[in-house]
Design a binder for this molecule. Structure first.
Ligand code: NAD
Length: 473
């Protein structure tokens, strides 16, 4: 049982002003494994004040100094990789292969930002003017539970790369992972106040950060509903806002696809991170002419997918993070059945032989139409919909018929054809025959999947404001 009763403000671990305790669970066993004392609005204020004090000096740090700091943070997180991995598996329930990747991702985003920074020009010319990219000030970084360490480190890396200082508000459900990240970042020995970590409730600490006049920038990853609330609140003080929100990503299987390759890739895209991924490919668009063949191939492949104990190396789908999330996924499976979609794999309840833990059955519906609830709303669990299309034009129409636009996948051996389809899809990222991440490429959503971009140069510019100086040449 871990008791986490400290938050990180001004370079020190301190007891929060907030007094509420919140239980932390192992989602594979439903056991309470810890308790976290939550920060409140007064703690948010203290963290913001510390970041504000640190900003003037830090904003003048040279690029070389900031690269050095990012690399020190990178090394500090690398040094805690195993502890972080254990916490990710225990507190979040990530299957071990995924958990290892997540633990490594947390450190690599820091060195990736250092690399981007090396080649970034903060000063350039525009006509007769000199344009300087200037850091915005204090950045509020609000992150979800489905990749706690990765989001904390990724957002912090971009903020610090530019000279912004930060107040981080992680999910209250990830406090064990956050503690390890905070200890690692602290051990890098950066000046006090550059980053502050206040774990607390979203509607208290998150809301305070979003409204606070001394916060210049919000970078938020989470649900579309909360993103809209933050945008409304931030409007009062005209904060710059980056929102990374939900998705309902299409996987467009073109009619020339080789199903031996396309089916495993489509299922991996859908079931990644146990389905708790904003970029999950949850709508699989398949040519009507090959639907029967595709379904047969999916049925066979899903039978091989193991859902269960995240510590078993054969497991690829772990538990849902919480009971609430488990119930949400069960409700959507019920809605799919009620709406007349046809279950070809999985279904309600837990996988066979498992009677505790927030496990769900990897589920695939076919006969889904794009107007059904399961095709329109983000489920955030391993529940996929196969939607048949007539021709490529129809597939593109269905792919774009969604309020979201975060990511899309196109599967075809004909790269030129896939590229033409990709060009017509409204999404921040289109992956052709791959699931590989590219850290230099911008990431973010069209439409209601968000505003702005993270990663690479675009991610850095989200923390900068251009300033023109005229008459100096
Ligand atoms: P959430 O929106 O409920 O919470 C995200 C964060 O916002 C948490 O830290 C939460 O405490 C905080 N928050 C809640 N209410 C707030 C408020 N009123 N003001 C300020 N902060 C508040 O999301 P979640 O359930 O933690 O995560 C799942 C969601 O995140 C899914 O919808 C998923 O698609 C999305 N997500 C998006 C991306 C992306 O990059 N686009 C990545 C991962 C997850």
């Amino acid at each position: 049982m871990q008791i986490i009763d400290k938050i990180y403000i001004d370079g020190a671990f301190v007891t929060p002003h907030g007094e509420e305790y919140f239980d932390l669970f192992n989602p594979a066993t439903e056991a309470v494994i810890g308790r976290v004392r939550l920060a409140d609005a007064a703690d948010a204020d203290a963290a913001i004040a510390a970041a504000k004090r640190a900003f003037p000096a830090f904003s003048r740090a040279t690029k070389a100094q900031r690269i050095e700091m990012l690399m020190a943070l990178h090394e500090a997180v690398v040094a805690r990789e195993d502890a972080l991995f254990d916490a990710i598996v225990e507190e979040y329930g990530a299957p071990v292969s995924r958990g290892r990747w997540m633990a490594q991702h947390a450190s690599s985003v820091l060195s990736d930002a250092a690399k981007t920074l090396e080649n970034y020009a903060f000063t350039r010319r525009a006509g007769t003017a000199e344009v300087t990219m200037q850091p915005l000030g204090v950045a509020g970084l609000i992150t979800p539970w489905n990749s706690d360490a990765g989001f904390i480190c990724g957002k912090l890396a971009a903020a610090l790369a530019t000279g912004c200082t930060a107040v981080i508000k992680p999910s209250e459900m990830s406090a064990i992972q956050t503690r390890i990240v905070a200890e690692a970042l602290h051990s890098a020995g950066l000046p006090a106040g550059l980053f502050n970590i206040v774990t607390g409730r979203g509607d208290i600490v998150g809301a305070r950060i979003a409204e606070h006049p001394d916060v210049a920038k919000i970078s938020f990853t989470g649900s579309t509903a909360v993103g809209k609330t933050i945008l409304r609140t931030a409007a009062e003080t005209l904060k710059r806002v980056t929102l990374e929100l939900g998705g309902k990503s299409p996987v467009v299987v073109l009619d020339d696809a080789n199903f031996d390759e396309a089916v495993p890739l489509a299922l991996q895209a859908g079931f990644m991170n146990s389905g708790q991924a904003c970029i999950a490919g949850t709508r699989i668009l398949v040519p009507q002419s090959r639907l029967v063949e595709f379904e047969a191939s999916v049925e066979k492949a899903v039978a091989q997918i193991q859902a269960g104990d995240p510590r078993d190396t054969h497991t690829s789908v772990g538990p849902m993070v919480s009971q609430k999330q488990w119930e949400r996924v069960q409700r959507y499976i019920g809605i799919g059945i009620d709406e007349g979609a046809r279950l070809i794999a999985g279904g309600a309840g837990r996988p066979d032989g498992i009677d505790s833990g927030w496990f769900v059955r990897p589920t695939v519906f076919s006969g889904v139409t794009n107007d059904m609830t399961i095709a329109r709303e983000e489920i955030f669990g391993p529940v996929l919909s196969i939607i048949a299309y007539r021709d490529t034009e129809h597939a593109i129409e269905i792919a774009n018929d969604t309020p979201y636009g975060l990511q899309a996948y196109v599967l075809s051996p004909d790269i030129e054809r896939a590229r033409r389809v990709a060009a017509q899809i409204e999404a921040g990222r289109v992956l052709v025959n791959t699931l590989t991440h590219e850290p230099a490429a911008p990431f973010g959503g069209f439409k209601q999947s968000g505003i702005g971009r993270e990663y690479g140069t675009f991610g850095i510019e989200a923390f900068l404001e251009p300033k023109s100086t005229l008459g100096v040449f």
